[in-house]
Ligand binder design. Structure first.
Ligand code: 6PG
Length: 250
């Protein structure tokens, strides 16, 4: 399935070059945004390389980082200081070193006992800080996402309930693979973003990236975001892109 008009594919020869490509895309995408730009961060392990790079020259000097409102696209049901917390990972690798403003950091409260209320609270926080785009849904300037080896993105796992949510923007979602509850953005919110940046590295992602980008396999949650309203940029390293080169020379 060829890339759509709004899709871009950038491939780095190794994770470090892919991180530089990702940093270039993120900075260029935010450079001309007025103060109050909004970014939703990805969790997992892959983004840490990109986050650390953004805190160093030449990227550190290129944006008014303290003007940006920071959110998370999904979170595990763990406290903010837990080793598996997406919030902790981003604070340690990106927001702490950047000196991001505390009142601009909006942690996703997935560890709250009442998950439904916590998800609704987070949606209210998003609506309070981000102007509505088309059809009244807040339009993030940039949402950073990873892809799991099963094709999930954020915490939208294959065959999970949240895939079918069409009204709420943030929901709890049970993830069968890690056998755990998560909290996640839903498709309505993800699809409304001005720019979605997928950052995927490693040989273990090659096959799933082939199914998403070459096959356009609709059974995989990440595939649905290829139809997002805004720009979709896929930044991969060579190992993750091993089976998708046909897309570059259609
Ligand atoms: C999470 C992430 C998730 C992640 C993928 C890839 O909470 O785990 O938000 O969607 O992006 O699982 O994870 P890795 O980068 O660790 O492969």
């Amino acid at each position: 399935m060829p890339l759509r008009f709004n899709e871009h594919l950038r491939i780095g020869k190794d994770p470090e070059e892919a991180a530089r490509l990702g940093a270039d895309v993120l900075v260029d995408g935010l450079r001309h945004r007025p103060a109050g730009a909004s970014v939703a961060l990805a969790g997992g392990s892959t983004p840490a390389l990109l986050y650390k790079l953004l805190t160093k020259s030449p990227y550190r000097e290129q944006l008014p980082w303290s003007d940006i409102h920071w959110f998370w696209g999904d979170e595990r049901t763990v406290p903010p200081d837990h080793a598996n917390s997406n919030y902790r990972m981003a604070m340690e690798t990106l927001l702490g070193p950047l000196g991001a403003s505390a009142d601009h950091i909006h942690r996703m409260p997935a560890d709250q006992p009442n998950r439904e209320n916590a998800a609704a609270d987070y949606e209210r926080t998003i609506r309070r800080h981000i102007p509505p785009g088309q059809n009244g849904i807040p339009a993030f300037d940039l949402i950073l996402l990873g892809v799991g080896a099963d094709g999930h993105t954020a915490s939208l796992f294959p065959r999970s309930t949240a895939l079918h949510e069409s009204a709420r923007l943030v929901v709890p979602n049970y993830a069968p693979a890690p056998n755990a509850w998560r909290m996640t953005f839903t498709y309505p919110l993800l699809n409304a973003a001005r720019h979605i940046l997928f950052f995927v590295t490693g040989e273990q992602k090659a096959e799933i990236m082939r199914r998403i980008l070459v096959d356009g396999d609709k059974n995989l949650p990440a595939t649905a975001l290829r139809d997002a309203a805004g720009q979709v940029t896929w930044v991969l390293d060579e190992a993750a892109a091993r089976l998708v080169h046909s897309l570059l020379n259609p």
